[in-house]
Write a protein that binds this ligand. Structure first.
Ligand SMILES: [Fe+2]
Length: 504
């Protein structure tokens, strides 16, 4: 009986009534037709409708959905175990908010659907304590929607529509709710309402952001806990900054799917800025997904550097993304970016300046030196007294400054630029102790929370379980800049301490 009763119930529910209905329906119909033809025809139609519904239940074809079918309409789906991360549906996925050049007054959102959703819309309102924002003025803006398909090596063809919307005329320091979707009333083709806060326009107001080095590999498996615990530790964070190599293989739809899955609603709630790494490029070509799936500022030096080399003004900070791979590969790009950086820094009126780029000015390992990059950019970094340079690529951690020369001071007067290299994903290299470093580490996944108040930048590097690995304060007051190193006393972590083969 055990289990059998369930089986019998299912059998009689799905098959029994279906057969009985067919027989009884036939006799009913014949009888009715003999009595009154007109009424019979009407009933025939109604009953057939009922019969059709009954037949649909056991086959579960009633929902007009890919997920309710035992097979897929897209043969390529069946070959990919992880297709949910790869293929779009009618419901928006990969929803991400990006920083615009003016994040106090505007918001950029991108998302993806399948090709049945030809037009995308964003709806936005000032957030309220309850659902009453739905009763007030909800702005609706049509997105730019572009047909997109790509097929990466060893992956099936993915057809999608990418939607992007920029909402202007927002109020500073205001929490909004927004959703994205197909624009239809009472449709399932909408995202949830995400909550999002614009930047302040008042000088001196505090803000914070989280800086990530390379995620790159096993992003779903091993990077997800890093971004999730960074948000858990600092849910009030204003934006996130990714210093390149978000994924490993430029156009791999599955890898990008993993990156969006790992961040999930965080990507839609906390805006991001990202600079491309060498893995967003292959053969000198940027990922075809970069521009469709992100909306980053287009204020760089050339069209082909649009959304890779750009500047953002976030409250009292100028944030600059240098396209380091473009710089490395193309001489013209190098010259354009240097000239552009010079003009941006020369006209910069912000109190704080941060540059992010994938390749480090100072590497953490000998033999990974980026000499051309350093020789071209360091004179400008020095001349304009840039505060922070946030980088990736070396799959280790190091933080320091150019004239440290092994002094290891806790308090540095007349401080210059602080350089950091970090890694958030699981791919780990080794490093060597060098003069510029104040703190160093290997085999450690990290995120950095950077809090900016009126006169101070507070920087803290954390492991995903919340252990502090490095910290410093930069204090800028009365024309002077002071650095206070706050390195924890715990021993530095080295790869050889964890892996037998690296001990030699
Ligand atoms: Fe890299």
């Amino acid at each position: 009986m055990r289990g059998g009763s369930v089986g019998n119930y299912n059998e009689s529910y799905y098959i029994g009534p279906s057969i009985l209905n067919q027989n009884s329906l036939k006799s009913d119909i014949m009888g009715l037709l003999q009595v009154k033809h007109k009424l019979g025809v009407i009933l025939f139609v109604i009953i057939l409708g009922c019969k059709t519904k009954h037949e649909k239940i056991p086959r579960d074809h009633s929902l007009n959905s890919e997920h309710s079918h035992s097979h897929s309409h897209y043969p390529e789906h069946d070959a990919v175990a992880a297709h949910k991360l790869m293929f779009p549906s009618q419901v928006p996925d990969r929803v991400i908010a990006n920083l615009t050049a003016d994040p106090a007054h505007s918001l950029a959102v991108n998302w993806r659907t399948d090709r049945r959703i030809e037009a995308g819309f964003i709806e936005i309102a000032v957030a309220t304590d309850g659902p009453e924002f739905l009763l007030k003025d909800v702005r609706r803006i049509e997105a730019k929607s572009e047909i997109f398909e790509n097929q990466n090596r060893r992956e099936p063809l993915v057809k999608a529509i990418y939607h992007s919307a920029v909402v202007n005329s927002l109020q500073p320091k205001t929490t909004y709710v927004y959703r994205v979707g197909d624009g239809k009333e009472n449709s399932d083709g909408w995202s949830e309402w995400f909550q999002y806060t614009t930047a302040s326009d008042i000088s001196g107001d505090p803000f914070s952001f989280i800086y990530f080095g390379d995620a790159q590999n096993n992003v779903k498996s091993l990077w997800s806990r890093v971004i999730r615990n960074s948000y858990r530790k600092f849910p009030e964070v204003n934006f996130m900054l990714h210093a390149g190599d978000l994924i490993n293989d430029r156009d791999a739809n599955l890898e990008w799917g993993e990156w969006f899955y790992a961040g999930s609603f965080i990507h839609a709630t906390v805006p991001s800025m990202m600079t491309p790494g060498n893995h967003e490029y292959r053969d000198g070509v940027l990922s075809s997904l970069w521009r469709p799936q992100f909306t980053l500022p287009e204020n760089g030096p050339a069209d082909y550097l649009s959304e890779t080399c750009y500047a953002v003004d976030y409250q009292d900070m100028k944030l600059i993304s240098i396209d380091a791979e473009g710089f490395d590969e193309i001489m013209e790009s190098r010259e354009l970016q240097v000239q552009w950086l010079d003009s941006v820094l020369r006209t910069n009126t912000k109190k704080w300046t941060t540059i992010t780029m994938h390749y480090p000015i100072y590497s953490t390992a000998k033999g990974r030196d980026n000499k051309e990059l350093r020789e071209a950019l360091k004179p400008l970094i020095d001349k304009y007294k840039v505060d922070l340079v946030l980088q990736g690529h070396d799959h280790t951690y190091a933080r320091g400054y150019a004239d440290n020369e092994g002094k290891g001071l806790t308090l540095v007067d007349d401080a210059g630029t602080v350089y950091a290299v970090s890694v958030s994903g699981p791919k780990m290299y080794e490093s060597q102790d060098q003069d510029w470093m104040v703190q160093r580490g290997e085999y450690t996944q990290l995120f950095q929370i950077i809090t900016v108040t009126k006169d101070t930048i507070k920087y803290e590097a954390y492991t995903p379980i919340g252990n502090l690995y490095d910290a410093f304060d930069l204090i800028k007051k009365d024309g002077k800049k002071q650095l206070i190193n706050r390195v924890p006393s715990s021993p530095i972590r080295l790869k050889k301490d964890f892996l037998e083969e690296d001990k030699k």
